[in-house]
Design a protein around this ligand. Sequence first.
Ligand code: ARG
Length: 407
Amino acid sequence: MSTVVLVYSGGLDTSVCIPLMREEYGFDRVVTVTVDVGQPRDDIAQAEARAAALATEHYTVDARSEFVERYCWPAVKANGDYQGYPISTSIARPLISLKAVEVARRVGADAYAHGCTGKGNDQFRIEYVMRTLTPDIRIIAPMREGRLKPDGTREPWTRSEEIEYAAAHGLNVSQTRDRIWSIDENLWGRSIEGGRLEEPDYAPPEEIFQWTRSVADAPDDPCILTVGFENGVPVSLDGERLEALDLVLKVNALAGAHGVGRVDIMEDRMLGLKVRENYECPGAVVLLTAHRALEALVATQGELKFKASVDREWGELAYKGLWFDPLKDALEAFINRIQERVTGEVIVRLLKGSATVIGRRSAWALYNEDLASFDSKTFDQSESEGMVKLHGLQGRMYWMLKDRDRT
Ligand code: ARG
């Protein structure tokens, strides 16, 4: 009895993989795993219904809280960003893969299968985790391998071939959602690509957005939101302590209603491809903006400068899905030490597409009213004079030498 564990979204590509695993790859049991990281309920329901019809056995794993606490929160602490957007797909992949590993161990799998193509980043992220934790289990990527033709060669599946193949195996794909766009969604963000959106100069149509109102439709009155942090992690909204998952869902709804969190960028994929990407990530934008503001209040200038480079490094590692890399662990040791003081409150104004910090407070604030205020008496301004005289000393010496040469 040979068993394959398929990472299953319920979409067309991964659904085609189920019969393919039996017919072409010769497995007796096809076990599907769908990991709930906050994608639409309909997607999960569709995956379950299709798995019931096609697979030997199916697991749906609700990993939403784990996703927030162990993946989104570390991203907040590291101000997790890649090329100007809050990373979301990339931080969910290791967890999805981890859950597939757990199922594979439980059912004694001989192989994994996933629906990633050969062009994207997800193949790297998903296989890395599988290979790290279970190096002896084979990994199959049917979409990357392509469709086997009668003459023995392979070529990429076309959409109509997939629909035909699925139909021949009793799968009705007529109600498959979101055909024009390729969408990946988890509770930290929504990514929309494909179709005409691939053209860098094609303006994104309003219909691609589900979580955010357009600026035009956003209310004229602002929402003033106070986000409480403890050790770098959001813990409350307007003074009310919330479970991590509830907090993210609530900020998503509030910020989305005010049109916050749309990002349209050119992204450099791991293979070097430049791709146009649209994201909507209202909660992530608000929480990252607030977190940065609190760090700016409590961390020293030197810490902030160094942390910016640590954060960028962390973001790149997370983007590549290298979740278990020792460098990531070392970067987090630094990040977490700083976070010990990132406790306090940040007041954010949500208005017409923007999230603006309008206040921050912390018991760790490196700010003293007495020192900074204009009418301070504790700050003896005459003490600055000597420092001012020496300011830029080396540069002034350079100019003296240069002028000497000229005369
Ligand atoms: N390019 C992004 C990433 O690699 C998002 C990919 C999401 N996929 C999609 N079909 N929209 O993290």
